[in-house]
Ligand binder design. Structure first.
Ligand SMILES: NC(=O)c1ccc[n+]([C@@H]2O[C@H](COP(=O)([O-])OP(=O)(O)OC[C@H]3O[C@@H](n4cnc5c(N)ncnc54)[C@H](O)[C@@H]3O)[C@@H](O)[C@H]2O)c1
Length: 278
C-alpha cells in the first residue's frame, strides 16, 4: 500500500499486547481504526492511549463467532465505507501433552486462532475485492506455525493452519488481480498477555489440559525472556506490509529453526526438537 494516512485499519485482539501496539502505530500513521476484542476494558485502555484526534470505534467481538465478525465488518463499512488493512490478530494459547489436551482446548484454541482468521477473511475479503481499492490482510500466526513444539500441539496446529491458509490466500489474491495482498506474521516469544490466555476462556469450554500448568511454566519463562517488545513486532510488521512482504519473521533465530525442520522433512529424518529437550 502506497500510503496509510486516511486509510482504514481493522484490528482484532486490539485490547492487549500486539493488537494494542498495532492500533497505536496505525493511529500514528493517520489511519482510521475499527478495534475489536472480547475484552471491553482492554479496548478502552487502548483507545485512551491513541493520539488525540484519532478516528476510532471499538466493538466487543468474539472472533470464533462468524456472525460477530460479520457484524464488525458491517460496522466498519457503515462507519468508514472501506477496510484497507485487516489484522486478524486475536489469539489464545493452551499448553500440555497432545494426549491429555481436552476437546475444550481444541475447540477453544482452534475456534479463536484458526476460525477467527477464517471468519475475518470470509467477511472482509469479498468487500475489499469488490471495492477495487488497494488493501492488505495480515494474519498473525507464530513461529509455532512453522515448527512443532512439544507441549504446544493445539497451539501449533492452529498456527500451522493460519500459515497455510495465508499461503493459499496469497495465490488466490494474485489470481484475482493483485490489488489485495496478504502477509503472515510468525514471531517467536515476546512479552504480552498471551501466557494469561485462560482469562479469556469461555465458561462452556472450561475443561483445560490437566498437565497444562507444567508446560505453561516454560512458555511464561520464554515470554518473559523475549528480546523484542510488542511495539518492536508491531513496527516490523507495518514496515513489512508497506514493503509488500508475505512472510514476516521478526526474530532472526527463527530462520535457523525453520531451516532445520525443512531439512528434516526433505531428508526424511525424525523431527529435531526445537526446544532441545529430550
Ligand atoms: N506473545 C507471543 O509470544 C506471541 C508469539 C507468537 C504469536 N503470538 C500471537 O500474537 C497474537 C496477539 O497475542 P498477544 O501476544 O498480543 O497476546 P495478548 O493476550 O496480549 O492479546 C491477545 C488479545 O486477543 C484477545 N482475544 C482472546 N480471545 C478472543 C476472542 N475469542 N475474540 C476476540 N479477541 C480475543 C484478548 O482479549 C487479547 O486482548 C496472537 O494471535 C498470538 O497467538 C504471540
Amino acid at each position: 500500500m502506497d500510503t496509510l494516512n486516511g486509510r482504514v485499519a481493522v484490528i482484532t485482539g486490539a485490547g492487549s499486547g500486539l493488537g494494542r501496539e498495532l492500533s497505536l502505530l496505525c493511529a500514528k500513521a493517520g489511519m482510521r481504526l475499527a478495534l475489536a476484542d472480547v475484552d471491553v476494558a482492554g479496548l478502552d485502555t487502548t483507545v485512551s492511549l491513541l493520539p488525540e484526534g484519532t478516528e476510532a470505534f471499538t466493538r466487543q467481538v468474539d472472533v470464533s463467532k462468524p456472525e460477530a465478525v460479520e457484524a464488525l465488518c458491517d460496522a466498519t463499512y457503515v462507519s468508514y465505507g472501506a477496510a484497507h488493512l485487516v489484522f486478524n490478530n486475536a489469539g489464545v494459547a493452551a499448553s500440555g501433552p497432545t494426549w491429555t489436551s481436552t476437546l475444550d482446548d481444541w475447540n477453544w484454541v482452534l475456534g479463536v486462532n484458526l476460525m477467527g482468521v477464517v471468519h475475518g477473511v470470509k467477511s472482509f475479503v469479498p468487500r475489499m475485492l469488490a471495492s477495487g481499492e488497494p488493501g492488505h490482510i495480515v494474519n498473525t500466526a507464530s513461529l509455532a506455525g512453522l515448527s512443532s513444539v512439544p507441549g504446544s500441539s493445539v497451539y501449533c496446529v492452529s498456527k500451522h493452519g493460519v500459515v497455510t491458509l495465508s499461503e493459499c490466500l496469497h495465490h488466490e489474491l494474485q489470481a484475482a488481480g493483485g490489488h489485495l495482498g496478504v502477509s503472515v506474521l510468525c514471531p517467536a516469544f515476546f512479552k504480552t498477555g498471551i501466557a494469561e490466555s485462560e482469562r479469556n476462556r469461555p465458561a462452556d469450554l472450561a475443561e483445560a489440559n490437566p498437565l497444562g500448568e507444567e508446560y505453561a511454566k516454560f512458555v511464561k519463562a520464554a515470554i518473559e525472556a523475549g528480546r523484542l517488545s510488542a511495539a518492536d513486532i508491531a513496527r516490523i510488521t507495518l514496515e513489512a506490509v508497506q514493503e509488500g512482504r508475505f512472510y514476516i519473521l521478526p526474530h532472526g533465530g527463527a530462520v535457523r529453526q525453520v531451516e532445520t525442520r525443512m531439512r528434516d522433512i526433505l531428508e526424511q529424518r525424525a523431527p529435531t526438537n526445537p526446544l532441545g529437550t529430550a
